[in-house]
Design a protein around this ligand. Structure first.
Ligand code: C2E
Ligand code: MG
Ligand code: MG
Length: 749
């Protein structure tokens, strides 16, 4: 039973006893009373006394209960977890509990008659007064949040819940306030606000779902990226895990990871509201509740579409040729390796067609790189049109292409493809309004007969292509072992040529050029010799074309020129000032823009006049038709340097070349001279050449004269000069010096 109830029962008991108590007695009446009456009265008085004593006891115990209750109330009041304060209508503190005093860090006694407002911080004063006005104005309980300052001047947040205690005419007599310290909550709120703002304004999209993936929150980046409004997706099952390119295995792994309370990271594609696809890098983490159960999933997603596009672009660049869009060398060889592995498994054959466009360089040089590019694009289109969709066409670089044929039974299956390619190239290419003829040379190597690996097949197809080039171009050749030897030799030569000049492996021979009538030496032809420790003596016929190809011919040519001019000047000074020196020039040397300047400087440095120098060129040089060749020849001729057409008869032996270039003399190739006494046709050609040269005002040198008969025949046709074993083989300078020293003014037998 509650104390309140006990009290009320006891009170009622008191009242009933008091009602029975009234016996009217005075002094006079006592005197008149009988002893019995007095006895009765005494008895009643005794009874009454006992009753009073009992009442007294009850009162005492009630008082004790009340004291106890007061103490309890006071304790509750003073030590409540909130501050209680009563403020007069004037704003002065009338009463407060200990908690409030503690909040302010002051003894309670110091609070009385203080203004509550003095504890409110400056910035919140307005709020406080506004709050008071509202409280007194509305006659209703009000609450507000304010910052108060304690004794140590530290502000703290408090929530005020107040009511007015009003008089009967609604006048506010005093205000009772409950103050709760909400500093911790405020701090948490602030932290949450900061975090929410960070999430909301984050540049990555954030999705929060329940453990089943039902969306509870998305930030604004999500809205921007996906095009979905928050309201459209909230409450819906998140599609963040449903991605077209996410395999079932990865999907399962993802769920397993997050169900185990761990984070999952990965990339996947997602769809926007408008259907557009974009890439995201996602980090999905479970949020665990206090009991360790997953209560939310947080997915943080970075839009990586741009990076993916860049990656794809780079990948494409790394694998495809930018100009033609064909697989590049890297991808084509990778594909070849794959095809070889497959063919090994399936016991099939793979054919590699190695293509090199014929004379592409010439077109590139004459018509410019843009035209060259167009030609390459058109050539690749034609190549693609010839093969099946499953076959690979790649550009290895420059004007080299590769075609890979798989699933064939043997190498001969490549023949129709090679023939089709050649046929497709037979149609002219129209580039920039011009019809151009462009042929291609093809080399074929097939797995397994011609090689076991991609690199071997490629190398061998390349050798076969080289063979096609050597054998007239515009054709195809199958690889044979002999080609391999040729190619290894070539590679070895290339390797050894590198640095040969620096290692001083070259020497120059001089072959005398003789006046047929007088047998007097009129000059020399400088002929290069190469002795390499690994290769031994290498013929210029073999190494000059390679040096041309590798570009080594430029420094080598300069070496020949300076050396032989120094030699010439020596012999001119010692033996005959009118000696000449003929120096062979390769086509590649004409591509050197410094050629003429270099020759000029070399003559100047050696101290010889231009009439002493002759430059020998072949028809091959002229055939390319480059303007820079014309310019160089004219410049040389204007300098006074003699221009000699070398190896006449082996090329087109075109009269027009002889007419249109500033030639001074013509050298008949030794193959014709060799046969003039035996072969009628050769004799006729030589005779015609001499006559033609003379008619154009050119002198004639016969090359490779070995016999007296040859010499006699040439003499009878009016050929002025000769060189050949009949007079002298090419000799080193010391040997030439011997001949010249021996007297006779350089007369040879
Ligand atoms: P070429 O300019 O036609 O030189 C003549 C070649 O005929 C030389 O061959 C020479 O040794 C050879 N020869 C001369 N008389 C006779 C003979 O009576 N019988 C035979 N069987 N051969 C004879 P070599 O020295 O082997 O040079 C071959 C080619 O190499 C030269 O042909 C020339 O085109 C090229 N060459 C040589 N030296 C140089 C050089 O310094 N620069 C360039 N660019 N080419 C060079
Ligand atoms: Mg020559
Ligand atoms: Mg020659």
């Amino acid at each position: 039973m509650s104390k309140d109830k006990q009290l009320s029962v006891d009170r009622s008991g008191l009242r009933s006893r008091a009602e029975k108590r009234v016996i009217p007695v005075d002094k006079q009446s006592i005197a008149e009373m009988s002893t019995d009456d007095i006895a009765a009265l005494l008895h009643e008085l005794e009874t009454h006394q006992i009753e009073l004593e009992m009442q007294n006891e009850e009162l005492l115990s009630t008082q004790n209960v009340l004291v106890e209750m007061r103490d309890q109330y006071t304790e509750l009041y003073d030590f409540a977890p909130v501050g209680y304060v009563t403020v007069s209508a004037q704003g002065l503190i009338i009463q407060s509990n200990l908690t409030f005093a503690e909040m302010l860090g002051l003894p309670r006694s110091h609070l009385f008659n203080q203004r509550l407002s003095q504890f409110v911080i400056e910035e919140d004063q307005d709020n406080y007064y506004h709050y008071l006005r509202k409280l007194t104005g509305t006659h209703q309980a009000q609450s507000c949040e304010l910052r108060l300052r304690n004794q140590s001047d530290d502000p703290f947040w408090a929530r005020l819940d107040s009511i007015c205690v009003e008089s009967s005419d609604s006048e506010c007599l005093k205000i009772r306030c409950v103050l709760t310290d909400i500093t911790d909550r405020k701090l948490r709120d602030e932290q949450i606000r900061t975090l929410s703002q960070a999430v909301e304004q984050s540049p990555v999209s954030v999705i929060v779902t329940d453990p089943d993936g039902v969306i509870e929150y998305v930030n604004s980046t999500f809205e921007v990226t996906t095009g979905y409004q928050s309201s459209e997706v909230k409450g819906k099952k998140s599609k963040f895990l449903e991605s077209a390119n996410l395999s079932k295995e990865v999907y399962l792994e993802l769920w397993q990871t997050i169900s185990n309370g761990m984070s999952w990271q990965g990339e996947y594609q997602k769809q926007k509201k408008n259907g557009g696809i974009f890439w995201e890098y996602a980090n999905i983490s479970p949020v665990l509740d206090e009991s360790g159960r997953v209560c939310h999933l947080v997915s943080i997603n970075e839009d990586i579409t741009l990076r993916k596009q860049q990656e794809e672009h780079i990948l494409h660049q790394a694998n495809f040729d930018a100009l033609t869009g064909l697989s590049n060398r890297f991808l084509a060889l990778d594909r070849l390796s794959q095809l070889v592995s497959e063919a090994k498994r399936n016991k099939e054959c793979v054919a590699v067609l190695f293509l090199d466009l014929d004379d592409f360089k010439k077109i590139n040089d004459t018509m410019g790189h843009e035209a060259g590019d167009k030609l390459l694009i058109e050539a690749s289109t034609r190549l693609r049109s010839v093969v099946r969709a499953s076959d690979t066409v790649g550009r290895l670089g420059g004007d080299e292409f590769i075609v890979l044929l798989s699933g064939i039974t043997d190498g001969t299956d490549a023949i129709p493809v090679a023939e089709n390619i050649l046929a497709r190239f037979r149609d002219t290419f129209s580039i920039d309004g011009r019809e151009l003829v462009l042929t291609t040379s093809i080399g074929i190597a097939a797995y397994p007969v011609d090689g076991n690996s991609a690199s071997e097949l490629l190398r061998n197809a390349d050798s076969a292509m080289y063979f096609s080039k050597e054998h007239g171009r515009n054709t195809y050749s199958f690889f044979t072992d002999a080609m391999n030897k040729e190619v290894s030799r070539r590679l070895l030569l290339e390797e050894q040529l590198h640095g040969a000049l620096e290692r001083d492996e070259f020497r120059i021979c001089y072959q005398p050029v003789v006046n047929i009538e007088s047998h007097l030496i009129i000059g020399f032809e400088a002929l290069l010799r190469w002795h390499n420790p690994a290769l031994g003596e290498v013929s210029p016929m073999e190494f000059i074309p390679i040096a041309e190809h590798t570009g080594h011919i430029l420094p080598i040519g300069q070496y020949v020129l300076t050396r032989s001019l120094n030699r010439l000047v020596d012999w001119q000074q010692k033996y005959n000032p009118s000696f000449t020196m003929a120096i062979n020039l390769s086509p590649r040397q004409f591509r050197d823009p410094n050629l003429v300047t270099f020759i000029k400087q070399a003559m100047h440095q050696a101290g010889i006049t231009s009439e002493s120098l002759e430059m020998e060129i072949t028809e091959g040089v002229l055939m390319s038709g480059h303007a820079y060749i014309d310019d160089a020849l004219i410049a040389l001729s204007e300098l006074g340097v003699g221009i000699v057409m070398d190896d006449f008869g082996t090329g087109y032996s075109s009269l027009s070349y002889l007419r249109s270039y500033p030639f001074d003399s013509l050298k008949i190739d030794r193959t014709f001279v060799n046969d003039i006494t035996a072969d009628m046709a050769d004799r006729k050609l030589v005779i015609a050449a001499i006559a033609m040269a003379h008619s154009l005002g050119l002198t004639v040198v016969a090359e490779g004269v070995e016999t007296e008969e040859q010499l006699a025949l040439l003499a009878s046709q009016g050929c002025e000069f000769a060189q050949g074993y009949f007079f002298s083989k090419p000799l080193f300078s010391e040997e030439i010096a011997e001949i010249l020293k021996s007297g006779g003014g350089g007369r040879l037998p």
